[in-house]
Design a binder for this molecule. Structure first.
Ligand code: PLP
Length: 362
Protein backbone atom coordinates (compact mmCIF):
# COMPACT_ATOMS: atom_id res chain seq x y z
CA UNK A 1 0.00 0.00 0.00
CA UNK A 2 2.77 2.43 1.01
CA UNK A 3 4.60 2.12 -2.34
CA UNK A 4 1.70 3.59 -4.34
CA UNK A 5 3.11 7.04 -3.43
CA UNK A 6 6.19 8.35 -5.30
CA UNK A 7 9.26 8.92 -3.13
CA UNK A 8 9.46 12.64 -3.93
CA UNK A 9 5.97 13.24 -2.48
CA UNK A 10 6.30 14.35 1.12
CA UNK A 11 2.95 12.93 2.16
CA UNK A 12 2.47 12.85 5.92
CA UNK A 13 3.61 9.46 7.23
CA UNK A 14 0.26 8.99 8.99
CA UNK A 15 -1.56 9.17 5.64
CA UNK A 16 0.53 6.69 3.64
CA UNK A 17 -1.24 3.52 4.73
CA UNK A 18 -4.78 4.94 4.62
CA UNK A 19 -7.48 4.36 2.02
CA UNK A 20 -10.07 7.09 1.36
CA UNK A 21 -13.67 6.78 2.57
CA UNK A 22 -15.36 5.03 -0.29
CA UNK A 23 -19.02 4.09 -0.04
CA UNK A 24 -19.71 3.00 -3.64
CA UNK A 25 -21.55 5.69 -5.63
CA UNK A 26 -23.42 3.52 -8.14
CA UNK A 27 -26.39 5.10 -9.79
CA UNK A 28 -29.05 2.41 -9.24
CA UNK A 29 -32.82 2.72 -8.85
CA UNK A 30 -32.71 1.68 -5.20
CA UNK A 31 -29.90 3.25 -3.19
CA UNK A 32 -30.02 1.91 0.35
CA UNK A 33 -26.35 2.23 1.26
CA UNK A 34 -25.59 5.52 3.05
CA UNK A 35 -28.32 5.79 5.72
CA UNK A 36 -29.98 8.84 4.22
CA UNK A 37 -33.60 9.73 4.89
CA UNK A 38 -35.34 8.35 1.76
CA UNK A 39 -38.03 11.05 1.62
CA UNK A 40 -37.58 14.33 -0.19
CA UNK A 41 -38.31 17.53 1.73
CA UNK A 42 -41.97 18.58 1.95
CA UNK A 43 -43.20 21.17 -0.57
CA UNK A 44 -43.65 23.74 2.21
CA UNK A 45 -40.13 23.17 3.52
CA UNK A 46 -38.70 23.41 0.00
CA UNK A 47 -40.54 26.73 -0.40
CA UNK A 48 -39.14 28.04 2.92
CA UNK A 49 -35.60 27.06 1.93
CA UNK A 50 -35.98 28.66 -1.51
CA UNK A 51 -37.22 31.89 0.09
CA UNK A 52 -34.43 31.91 2.69
CA UNK A 53 -31.78 31.31 0.04
CA UNK A 54 -33.25 33.92 -2.33
CA UNK A 55 -32.96 36.46 0.49
CA UNK A 56 -29.38 35.44 1.21
CA UNK A 57 -28.34 35.58 -2.44
CA UNK A 58 -28.57 39.38 -2.33
CA UNK A 59 -25.67 39.57 0.12
CA UNK A 60 -23.37 36.81 -1.15
CA UNK A 61 -20.65 39.45 -1.61
CA UNK A 62 -20.36 39.42 2.20
CA UNK A 63 -18.87 36.71 4.39
CA UNK A 64 -21.33 34.67 6.45
CA UNK A 65 -21.72 34.99 10.22
CA UNK A 66 -18.41 33.44 11.33
CA UNK A 67 -19.94 32.25 14.60
CA UNK A 68 -23.26 31.05 13.10
CA UNK A 69 -25.05 32.51 16.13
CA UNK A 70 -28.62 32.27 14.80
CA UNK A 71 -28.13 28.71 13.62
CA UNK A 72 -26.50 27.62 16.89
CA UNK A 73 -29.32 29.21 18.81
CA UNK A 74 -31.92 27.38 16.65
CA UNK A 75 -30.04 24.10 17.20
CA UNK A 76 -30.07 24.72 20.97
CA UNK A 77 -33.86 25.23 20.72
CA UNK A 78 -34.19 22.04 18.68
CA UNK A 79 -32.26 20.04 21.28
CA UNK A 80 -34.51 21.53 23.95
CA UNK A 81 -37.59 20.55 21.92
CA UNK A 82 -36.32 16.96 21.63
CA UNK A 83 -34.98 16.50 25.16
CA UNK A 84 -36.55 19.18 27.39
CA UNK A 85 -32.99 19.99 28.46
CA UNK A 86 -31.84 23.57 28.31
CA UNK A 87 -28.75 24.52 26.32
CA UNK A 88 -27.63 27.84 24.84
CA UNK A 89 -25.49 29.05 21.94
CA UNK A 90 -22.43 28.60 24.18
CA UNK A 91 -23.08 24.81 24.29
CA UNK A 92 -23.34 24.31 20.51
CA UNK A 93 -20.83 24.25 17.66
CA UNK A 94 -21.91 23.68 14.05
CA UNK A 95 -19.97 22.67 10.94
CA UNK A 96 -20.21 21.15 7.45
CA UNK A 97 -21.55 17.77 8.50
CA UNK A 98 -20.71 15.94 11.69
CA UNK A 99 -17.62 14.62 9.89
CA UNK A 100 -16.21 18.14 10.11
CA UNK A 101 -17.15 18.24 13.80
CA UNK A 102 -15.32 14.93 14.32
CA UNK A 103 -12.30 16.21 12.42
CA UNK A 104 -12.18 19.44 14.45
CA UNK A 105 -12.26 17.40 17.67
CA UNK A 106 -9.38 15.21 16.45
CA UNK A 107 -7.36 18.31 15.54
CA UNK A 108 -8.07 20.15 18.78
CA UNK A 109 -7.25 17.59 21.46
CA UNK A 110 -4.06 15.67 22.20
CA UNK A 111 -3.39 12.02 22.96
CA UNK A 112 -4.28 8.70 21.33
CA UNK A 113 -7.82 8.00 20.13
CA UNK A 114 -9.85 4.93 21.09
CA UNK A 115 -13.12 3.42 19.82
CA UNK A 116 -15.27 0.31 20.22
CA UNK A 117 -15.39 -1.53 16.91
CA UNK A 118 -16.94 -2.38 14.55
CA UNK A 119 -18.25 1.16 14.42
CA UNK A 120 -18.25 4.21 12.17
CA UNK A 121 -15.25 3.85 9.86
CA UNK A 122 -14.50 7.58 9.80
CA UNK A 123 -13.54 7.67 13.50
CA UNK A 124 -10.23 5.83 12.92
CA UNK A 125 -9.68 7.43 9.50
CA UNK A 126 -10.11 11.00 10.79
CA UNK A 127 -7.93 10.37 13.83
CA UNK A 128 -5.19 8.64 11.88
CA UNK A 129 -5.18 11.40 9.29
CA UNK A 130 -4.80 13.85 12.18
CA UNK A 131 -1.63 11.91 13.10
CA UNK A 132 -3.09 10.05 16.06
CA UNK A 133 -2.63 6.45 17.11
CA UNK A 134 -5.96 4.60 16.90
CA UNK A 135 -6.72 2.04 19.61
CA UNK A 136 -9.48 -0.39 18.66
CA UNK A 137 -11.39 -2.16 21.43
CA UNK A 138 -13.48 -5.01 20.00
CA UNK A 139 -17.21 -5.10 20.70
CA UNK A 140 -18.75 -8.44 21.72
CA UNK A 141 -20.11 -10.84 19.07
CA UNK A 142 -23.58 -9.28 19.53
CA UNK A 143 -22.02 -5.81 18.87
CA UNK A 144 -22.55 -4.61 22.46
CA UNK A 145 -19.69 -2.70 24.08
CA UNK A 146 -17.66 -4.93 26.39
CA UNK A 147 -17.88 -2.50 29.33
CA UNK A 148 -15.38 -4.13 31.78
CA UNK A 149 -12.77 -4.57 29.01
CA UNK A 150 -13.40 -1.03 27.75
CA UNK A 151 -13.12 0.59 31.19
CA UNK A 152 -9.87 -1.31 31.74
CA UNK A 153 -8.51 -0.26 28.37
CA UNK A 154 -9.30 3.42 29.08
CA UNK A 155 -7.70 3.25 32.56
CA UNK A 156 -4.60 1.46 31.31
CA UNK A 157 -3.98 3.14 27.95
CA UNK A 158 -5.10 6.64 28.98
CA UNK A 159 -6.20 7.86 25.54
CA UNK A 160 -6.87 11.57 24.92
CA UNK A 161 -10.09 10.86 23.02
CA UNK A 162 -12.65 8.05 23.30
CA UNK A 163 -15.45 7.53 20.74
CA UNK A 164 -18.74 5.74 21.31
CA UNK A 165 -21.38 5.52 18.57
CA UNK A 166 -24.93 4.93 19.81
CA UNK A 167 -27.07 3.81 18.06
CA UNK A 168 -23.99 2.19 16.57
CA UNK A 169 -23.23 2.23 12.87
CA UNK A 170 -23.17 -0.38 11.26
CA UNK A 171 -24.99 -2.54 13.83
CA UNK A 172 -27.84 -0.22 14.94
CA UNK A 173 -27.78 -1.33 18.60
CA UNK A 174 -27.57 1.15 21.48
CA UNK A 175 -25.49 1.43 24.63
CA UNK A 176 -27.39 1.88 27.94
CA UNK A 177 -27.18 5.25 29.63
CA UNK A 178 -25.63 3.78 32.82
CA UNK A 179 -22.91 2.18 30.70
CA UNK A 180 -22.36 5.48 28.87
CA UNK A 181 -22.02 7.12 32.28
CA UNK A 182 -19.42 4.59 33.44
CA UNK A 183 -17.40 5.25 30.27
CA UNK A 184 -17.72 9.04 30.74
CA UNK A 185 -16.56 8.73 34.34
CA UNK A 186 -13.53 6.61 33.50
CA UNK A 187 -12.66 9.03 30.69
CA UNK A 188 -12.89 11.89 33.16
CA UNK A 189 -10.57 10.06 35.57
CA UNK A 190 -7.83 9.73 32.92
CA UNK A 191 -8.45 13.21 31.45
CA UNK A 192 -9.93 11.95 28.15
CA UNK A 193 -12.52 13.74 26.05
CA UNK A 194 -15.47 11.37 25.54
CA UNK A 195 -17.23 11.78 22.20
CA UNK A 196 -20.66 10.18 21.88
CA UNK A 197 -21.61 10.07 18.21
CA UNK A 198 -25.43 10.25 18.14
CA UNK A 199 -25.88 10.62 14.37
CA UNK A 200 -28.97 8.36 14.57
CA UNK A 201 -30.38 9.48 17.95
CA UNK A 202 -33.70 10.73 16.53
CA UNK A 203 -34.60 7.15 15.46
CA UNK A 204 -34.00 5.76 18.96
CA UNK A 205 -36.06 5.61 22.15
CA UNK A 206 -33.03 5.02 24.36
CA UNK A 207 -31.96 7.87 26.67
CA UNK A 208 -29.42 10.19 25.07
CA UNK A 209 -26.03 11.05 26.54
CA UNK A 210 -27.38 14.63 26.62
CA UNK A 211 -28.68 13.69 30.08
CA UNK A 212 -25.09 13.41 31.32
CA UNK A 213 -23.74 16.69 29.98
CA UNK A 214 -24.29 18.62 33.21
CA UNK A 215 -22.11 16.09 35.06
CA UNK A 216 -19.26 15.68 32.60
CA UNK A 217 -17.37 18.68 31.16
CA UNK A 218 -15.28 16.16 29.16
CA UNK A 219 -18.35 14.92 27.22
CA UNK A 220 -19.14 15.86 23.60
CA UNK A 221 -22.33 14.77 21.84
CA UNK A 222 -22.04 14.81 18.07
CA UNK A 223 -25.23 15.06 15.99
CA UNK A 224 -26.15 15.63 12.36
CA UNK A 225 -28.95 16.97 10.19
CA UNK A 226 -27.97 14.44 7.46
CA UNK A 227 -30.14 11.58 8.68
CA UNK A 228 -33.44 12.27 10.48
CA UNK A 229 -33.56 15.84 9.08
CA UNK A 230 -33.23 14.60 5.48
CA UNK A 231 -30.51 17.21 4.94
CA UNK A 232 -27.53 15.10 3.82
CA UNK A 233 -26.99 17.23 0.71
CA UNK A 234 -26.65 20.47 2.67
CA UNK A 235 -23.93 19.28 5.12
CA UNK A 236 -24.82 20.37 8.64
CA UNK A 237 -23.51 18.65 11.75
CA UNK A 238 -23.21 19.97 15.27
CA UNK A 239 -21.97 19.18 18.74
CA UNK A 240 -23.33 19.87 22.20
CA UNK A 241 -20.80 20.29 25.01
CA UNK A 242 -19.51 22.36 27.89
CA UNK A 243 -18.75 25.96 26.77
CA UNK A 244 -15.01 25.47 27.30
CA UNK A 245 -14.98 22.74 24.62
CA UNK A 246 -16.92 25.01 22.25
CA UNK A 247 -14.25 27.67 22.82
CA UNK A 248 -11.62 25.12 21.80
CA UNK A 249 -13.52 24.56 18.53
CA UNK A 250 -13.18 28.26 17.72
CA UNK A 251 -9.40 27.78 17.60
CA UNK A 252 -9.73 25.03 15.01
CA UNK A 253 -12.51 26.28 12.77
CA UNK A 254 -11.57 27.97 9.51
CA UNK A 255 -12.83 31.55 9.29
CA UNK A 256 -16.31 31.63 7.71
CA UNK A 257 -16.36 27.84 7.40
CA UNK A 258 -20.16 27.55 7.11
CA UNK A 259 -21.57 29.29 4.03
CA UNK A 260 -24.42 31.75 4.38
CA UNK A 261 -26.50 29.52 2.06
CA UNK A 262 -25.97 26.56 4.38
CA UNK A 263 -26.85 28.62 7.44
CA UNK A 264 -30.00 30.01 5.81
CA UNK A 265 -31.15 26.58 4.58
CA UNK A 266 -30.55 24.96 7.97
CA UNK A 267 -32.44 27.70 9.81
CA UNK A 268 -35.39 27.23 7.45
CA UNK A 269 -35.33 23.46 8.02
CA UNK A 270 -35.18 23.84 11.79
CA UNK A 271 -38.27 26.04 11.72
CA UNK A 272 -40.10 23.01 10.25
CA UNK A 273 -38.61 20.42 12.60
CA UNK A 274 -41.97 19.41 14.07
CA UNK A 275 -43.07 18.16 10.64
CA UNK A 276 -40.31 15.56 10.76
CA UNK A 277 -41.67 13.63 13.72
CA UNK A 278 -44.29 11.84 11.60
CA UNK A 279 -41.66 10.93 9.01
CA UNK A 280 -39.29 9.56 11.64
CA UNK A 281 -42.15 7.45 13.05
CA UNK A 282 -42.78 6.13 9.52
CA UNK A 283 -39.12 5.16 9.10
CA UNK A 284 -39.15 3.39 12.49
CA UNK A 285 -42.31 1.46 11.48
CA UNK A 286 -40.70 0.47 8.18
CA UNK A 287 -37.57 -0.64 10.06
CA UNK A 288 -39.67 -2.91 12.25
CA UNK A 289 -41.59 -4.45 9.37
CA UNK A 290 -38.46 -4.88 7.22
CA UNK A 291 -36.75 -6.64 10.17
CA UNK A 292 -39.72 -9.02 10.45
CA UNK A 293 -39.65 -9.72 6.69
CA UNK A 294 -35.90 -10.47 6.79
CA UNK A 295 -36.42 -12.81 9.73
CA UNK A 296 -39.20 -14.58 7.87
CA UNK A 297 -36.64 -15.27 5.12
CA UNK A 298 -34.56 -17.10 7.75
CA UNK A 299 -32.07 -14.25 8.23
CA UNK A 300 -30.81 -12.93 11.56
CA UNK A 301 -31.25 -9.19 12.14
CA UNK A 302 -29.40 -7.19 14.79
CA UNK A 303 -31.86 -5.19 16.88
CA UNK A 304 -31.62 -1.64 15.53
CA UNK A 305 -32.66 1.76 16.84
CA UNK A 306 -31.32 3.53 13.75
CA UNK A 307 -32.57 3.92 10.17
CA UNK A 308 -30.79 0.80 8.93
CA UNK A 309 -30.53 -2.92 9.64
CA UNK A 310 -27.49 -5.18 9.83
CA UNK A 311 -28.33 -8.74 8.90
CA UNK A 312 -26.62 -12.12 8.54
CA UNK A 313 -27.49 -15.79 7.96
CA UNK A 314 -27.17 -15.90 4.15
CA UNK A 315 -25.12 -18.60 2.42
CA UNK A 316 -22.92 -16.59 0.07
CA UNK A 317 -20.17 -14.25 1.15
CA UNK A 318 -21.18 -10.63 1.84
CA UNK A 319 -19.40 -9.57 -1.35
CA UNK A 320 -21.24 -12.13 -3.49
CA UNK A 321 -24.69 -11.24 -2.15
CA UNK A 322 -23.91 -7.51 -2.43
CA UNK A 323 -22.98 -7.92 -6.12
CA UNK A 324 -26.06 -10.04 -6.91
CA UNK A 325 -28.27 -7.32 -5.43
CA UNK A 326 -26.45 -4.65 -7.45
CA UNK A 327 -27.19 -6.70 -10.59
CA UNK A 328 -30.87 -6.52 -9.59
CA UNK A 329 -30.79 -2.73 -9.17
CA UNK A 330 -30.43 -2.57 -5.38
CA UNK A 331 -27.42 -0.97 -3.70
CA UNK A 332 -26.90 -1.87 -0.04
CA UNK A 333 -23.65 -1.82 1.98
CA UNK A 334 -20.89 -4.33 2.50
CA UNK A 335 -19.49 -3.01 5.79
CA UNK A 336 -16.49 -5.39 5.79
CA UNK A 337 -17.90 -7.65 8.51
CA UNK A 338 -17.74 -11.16 6.99
CA UNK A 339 -21.21 -12.70 6.68
CA UNK A 340 -23.08 -9.45 7.31
CA UNK A 341 -24.64 -6.74 5.12
CA UNK A 342 -26.32 -3.45 6.06
CA UNK A 343 -29.42 -2.02 4.43
CA UNK A 344 -30.77 1.50 4.91
CA UNK A 345 -34.53 1.83 5.46
CA UNK A 346 -35.97 3.23 2.24
CA UNK A 347 -39.39 4.24 0.98
CA UNK A 348 -42.04 1.52 0.87
CA UNK A 349 -41.23 0.92 -2.82
CA UNK A 350 -37.49 0.73 -2.21
CA UNK A 351 -37.95 -1.70 0.68
CA UNK A 352 -40.18 -3.88 -1.52
CA UNK A 353 -37.62 -3.80 -4.34
CA UNK A 354 -34.89 -4.82 -1.90
CA UNK A 355 -36.96 -7.67 -0.47
CA UNK A 356 -37.93 -8.91 -3.94
CA UNK A 357 -34.31 -8.86 -5.10
CA UNK A 358 -33.15 -10.58 -1.92
CA UNK A 359 -35.87 -13.25 -2.03
CA UNK A 360 -35.01 -14.14 -5.60
CA UNK A 361 -31.32 -14.39 -4.69
CA UNK A 362 -31.34 -16.41 -1.46
C1 PLP B 1 -22.10 7.39 13.10
C2 PLP B 1 -21.96 8.47 12.09
N1 PLP B 1 -21.42 9.62 12.45
C3 PLP B 1 -21.26 10.63 11.59
C4 PLP B 1 -21.64 10.51 10.28
C5 PLP B 1 -21.37 11.65 9.34
O1 PLP B 1 -22.49 12.30 8.95
P1 PLP B 1 -22.47 13.77 8.34
O2 PLP B 1 -21.06 14.17 8.09
O3 PLP B 1 -23.28 13.66 7.11
O4 PLP B 1 -23.10 14.63 9.39
C6 PLP B 1 -22.23 9.31 9.84
C7 PLP B 1 -22.63 9.15 8.43
O5 PLP B 1 -22.98 8.13 7.94
C8 PLP B 1 -22.38 8.27 10.77
O6 PLP B 1 -22.91 7.09 10.41
Amino acid sequence: MNDRWPKWLKLNESLKALTPYGAPQISLANRLNTNENPYELSASLQASINAAIAKEVKSLNRYPDRDAINLRSALADEIKRQSSLSFGVENIWVANGSNEILQSIALAFSGDAMGFEPSYSMHPLINRSAGKKWISIPRRADFSVDIPASLNAISEQKPGLVYLTTPNNPSGNTTDIDQIESLAKTCQEVGAIFVVDEAYAEFSNSPSALLLLHKFPNLIISRTMSKAFAFAGVRVGYMIADPILIEAMLLIRLPYHLSSLTQAAALAALSHSQELSAQIAQIIDSRKSLARELESLGLVVIESEANFLLFTGFKESSGELFSKLVDKGVLIRDVSIPGYLRVTIGTEDENKAFLAALTSTL
